[in-house]
Design a protein around this ligand. Sequence first.
Ligand SMILES: [Zn+2]
Length: 458
Amino acid sequence: MDNKQDVLPQDQSCDILLTGGAVLTMDAEAKIFEPGAVAIKGDRVFAVGEAAQLNHLSAKRVIDCSNSAIIPGFVSAHDHLFQNAARGLGEGVDFRVWLPDFMMPLAASMTRDEVRAAVTMAAVEQARSGTTAVLDHHYAGTDVETTAAVADAVESVGLRGAIGQGMGREQPYPKKEQLAIAAAAIDSRPAGSKVAIWPTPGDIIYNDQDFVVSAVELARSKNVGWHTHCSQYKTDPDVYLAEHGIRPVVWLGEAGLLGPDAHIAHMIFLNDAEVALTGESKTGVAYCPVSHGVFGLGTIRLKDLVNAGASIGLGYDGAVAGFRNDMFEQIKLAVIIQRLETMDPTESGPQQALEFATRGGAEFLGIDAGVLRPGMLADITIISLEGVHMTPRPAPIQAVAFSAMSTDVKVTIVGGEIIFEEGSCTKVDEENVMEEAQGRANDLIKRLNLPVHINPSR
Ligand SMILES: [Zn+2]
């Protein structure tokens, strides 16, 4: 293949031509074209190469990307978009107090309109941060209509992804009914929908083994992925061991539940055997560095998981856990907290963190994106490389991974559709979304009458 471009298009026309910037393809060779160009036709990437070789293409729209980076859109590999309603509450509270005393009651009491408002607000913030796809674990209102409303809200902003149908001991329905609801929720999105629904047993540690097996069997029978949390808190493996006589990830392996269709958040407290099982099976791991730091949870064994073969994505884990839906913060901290743990700056770096946020996340979510190559989905982010924090400008990878922030995102494109540009989301009225999100969050918090240690004052 020609080193200077990925394709010589026979067809001379495209819909959108992004030209003049540094094109970070995020492919396996870490190819960069500068100045480069990306041509989009329909919902796919049509051509990628040096700008001089693609500028002859006739395009319905040309976007000048000078002094910018063009990269695959970010993927949030683990989220709770509804938690946007509670941003700022419960700061500094231990996770195993925060979850039962605050988040579970809040989730159980949210109305569908409150959920819709919070999810739409979170999706707007993520689109503004260059995020193009999200895997959301939804457990605030787990009837089919509310889960479908979450999927609709995400789609209304223009993002793609999957919504996890919350399932588990804490849900108000018996296990059999939960499985039936999950089946109906999955079926409510036609095959090929931009936003799918997956079964999501809440946490391996706190769910019955037979129920987790049934949820995974449901996912496999419907040909969708499944999502869960595992080994997030320091006592989780011991709690599981005491109840089941086996470590949680060892059980997942023995039960045949690991694999590329398993998408598991956190996985912090793994022993060597569990790391090996996760890697060999190509299981997806969602690394949520900001959440891990905010809650003081711990540091995942990143190098070991990567070397073992696990597929790694980065997740926001909800705005309560990180205050901001800012993927640049996740990317930078993904590296920094590893270096604090290992005291070695050579083991992880900006290229790898950007790969997690793009190619890794797309692989994790099972979507045909994350790399700028002809034929891939045109999920693309354009990031300004100008400004005081970019002067003098570092090399493009370091500039995007370490210098850039959400406010540097100029354009976000999902499936060839521009969903954010010139400072605003294009598919929703941001002012209305913000006003409703604030009003409904105020109603919710007032109604909940939260304990003082959660700090309900806004
Ligand atoms: Zn989570």
